[in-house]
Design a protein around this ligand. Structure first.
Ligand SMILES: CSC[C@@H](O)[C@@H](O)C(=O)COP(=O)(O)O
Length: 357
């Protein structure tokens, strides 16, 4: 298993996506923090299943896993069809694209891999593997840069110091490594600029209670877990100065799709003069989607909501509405932090300028 050199004094990052022994190895996030189980995947349909079933989750991590999935798809297509591999790979690309609908990083990574399909008749695998690894390394570099930009902004804001609140898991597990919103938290903590992080538990998959809590404990960052429904009361009490979240897709007008509950956090933050920061690489910005209303929101079905830890605490056959993302209007976002820079009023013009820079 490879690890990255430490470059900035911050702790080296957990990596949950590793290419090793010519295959894709994924840390099974469904089993954390209880057990660290690595799954070995050697074809693209298995990668698509792992994305759909939440073995790997978080927008940038989904894109990176899909990029390695294309490497496995190209291997199979070249083995079966030789120089005609470009046609033979299409069904696998379709399967990967359909794995989850909301995080645009999936389509972004597939498009980037496809753009590297060369006209040569030779084996495409080595070149595609190089690109998938580059996508992962670029994501880690983007996260570290966004961590510094987001921390700078908070350090210079009147609402600095004290505690921050984060939602879902946006850390090393959700990315190539280091994290988006959690990367800002890590950087702030490294600078002694925050005292405490409040992590929402994030029903129904408990990404906060299981994954963010696990990452924060490893870095020894003081953290307190809250029920999702406690967030507004916490903000009303003061003490939390910034809510920091990631994104699954940012539309051309700056609307942000992220884990269900993000919109309620943004409303509560605005009401209580708490800063609301979205941290996302430009691979999460989808200029082809005009507004949040056009973003497909994944509904994972009733079963995941009606059960809790394998048990059914309530009525098993009750209808349940289970959208796993929501849309926060751009006007509620105080800062959109990307690796290309920070937008403090993320509207269509600002996003267009950023993407052209
Ligand atoms: C850097 S991760 C940003 C988002 O992907 C994250 O906040 C999120 O909503 C993850 O949802 P998940 O359903 O766990 O894939």
């Amino acid at each position: 298993m490879s690890s990255l050199p430490q470059t900035d004094g911050l702790p080296d990052t957990i990596r949950a996506i590793v290419w090793d022994d010519d295959r894709l190895q994924l840390l099974d996030q469904r089993q954390l923090p209880g057990q660290s189980v690595w799954l070995t995947l050697d074809d693209a349909p298995a990668v698509a299943r792992a994305i759909h079933d939440m073995v790997v989750r978080g927008a940038p991590a989904i894109g990176i896993a899909a990029a390695y999935g294309v490497v496995l798809a190209a291997r199979a297509a070249y083995r079966d069809a030789g120089p005609d591999w470009r046609a033979a790979i299409e069904p696998d690309l379709t399967t990967l694209a359909a794995a989850r609908p909301t995080a645009i990083n999936l389509n972004w990574a597939l498009a980037r891999m496809r753009a590297a399909f060369t006209a040569s008749d030779g084996d495409p695998e080595p070149q595609l593997l190089q690109l998938a690894a580059a996508i992962q390394h670029e994501d880690i570099a983007a996260n570290r840069h966004m961590g510094a930009l987001g921390a700078d902004l908070i350090d210079h804001d009147r609402r600095n110091g004290g505690a921050v609140l984060t939602h879902c898991n946006t850390g090393s597990l959700a990315t190539g490594g280091f994290g988006t919103a959690l990367g800002v938290v890590r950087t702030l903590y490294g600078r002694n600029s925050i005292e405490r992080v409040y992590a929402t538990e994030t029903r129904p998959w408990l990404q906060g209670a299981r994954l963010t809590a696990w990452e924060l404990q490893q870095d020894r960052i003081p953290a307190t877990l809250i029920a999702d429904s406690a967030a507004a009361a916490l903000l009303a009490q003061g003490g939390v100065h910034w809510v920091i979240v990631g994104a699954d897709r940012v539309a051309a007008n700056g609307d942000v799709a992220n884990k269900i509950g993000t919109y309620a956090l943004a409303l509560a933050a605005r009401r209580h003069d708490v800063g609301f920061m979205v941290v996302a690489p430009t691979s999460t910005i989808d200029t082809a989607t005009a507004s949040g209303a056009d973003i497909p929101i994944e509904d994972r079905g009733a079963a995941e909501l009606l059960s809790y830890g394998g048990h059914t605490p309530g009525v098993a056959d009750m209808p349940a509405w289970n959208p796993v993302f929501d849309v926060t209007p751009a006007e509620l976002v105080d800062a959109l932090v990307t690796e290309k820079g920070v937008l403090t009023a993320p509207d269509s013009a600002a996003i267009d300028g950023l993407m052209r820079a």
